[in-house]
Write a protein that binds this ligand. Structure first.
Ligand code: COA
Length: 177
């Protein structure tokens, strides 16, 4: 049977599968992630993260049964309403599944939910200066580069410069408060 990749929102029951996917992709993500301790790769720690208030989506493959496997993830964190109505986007794709449009599929679903369900005005994202694949994902999804921030995030053992991007979702005013 063909492997089907779909995108769905994360559930609390995904903690074990998420820990497994992160462990499998430890090397693949090392250069673009903060340093992690061993506990990060446990279901217990991932259950805590799944309850931290961010919204997450997973790219999953399988036929919808028990064999489902997480092959990518996107997270919207730092969701702020009021006159800002903005959030930060992050994502990763399994090292054995890149180059098939999976990150683009995830980002498209996040943008849809951010606009239609959360009513956000803007999504921001950042990449290391040399993460050209990620910059391409953002460009394909309509993000524009808005600057470069020196020593912006602590990634792979050092404070590293990042390009900053944003995607404006609509220009409706926020609800009056
Ligand atoms: C970045 C990442 C999420 C991309 O996932 P993906 O599923 O391969 O992304 P997509 O297939 O949707 O799109 C990738 C695009 O980048 C392009 N690309 C890949 N490597 C590239 C490179 N070195 N330079 C320029 N473009 C590149 C692909 O050709 C594709 O563009 P196209 O559709 O015009 O051909 C994945 O490589 C990853 O998880 N990397 C490690 C974690 C990471 O970097 N996360 C993002 C942190 S900001």
């Amino acid at each position: 049977m063909d492997v089907v990749v779909g995108v769905r929102e994360a559930r609390a029951a995904d903690a074990g599968a998420l820990a497994e996917a992160l462990g499998r992709n430890r090397g693949h993500m090392r250069a673009t992630e903060p340093d992690r301790d061993e506990r990060y790769y446990t279901a217990e720690r991932q259950a805590e993260r799944l309850a931290d208030g961010g919204r997450r989506w997973f790219a999953v493959e399988g036929d919808g049964g028990d064999d489902e496997r997480i092959v990518g993830a996107a997270i919207l964190s730092g969701i702020v309403l009021g006159p800002f109505r903005s959030a930060s986007l992050g994502y990763w794709v399994d090292g054995e599944r890149t180059g098939r449009g999976i990150a683009s599929l995830l980002v498209a679903e996040v943008l849809r939910a951010a606009r239609d369900e959360l009513g956000l005005h803007r999504i921001e994202a950042s990449t290391l200066l040399d993460n050209h694949a990620s910059q391409r994902v953002l460009a394909k999804a309509g993000f524009e580069r808005i600057g470069t921030a020196p020593r912006y995030l602590h990634i792979a053992g050092a404070w590293r410069d990042h390009h900053l991007f944003q995607r404006i979702l609509h220009d409706q005013p926020p609800p009056l408060a």
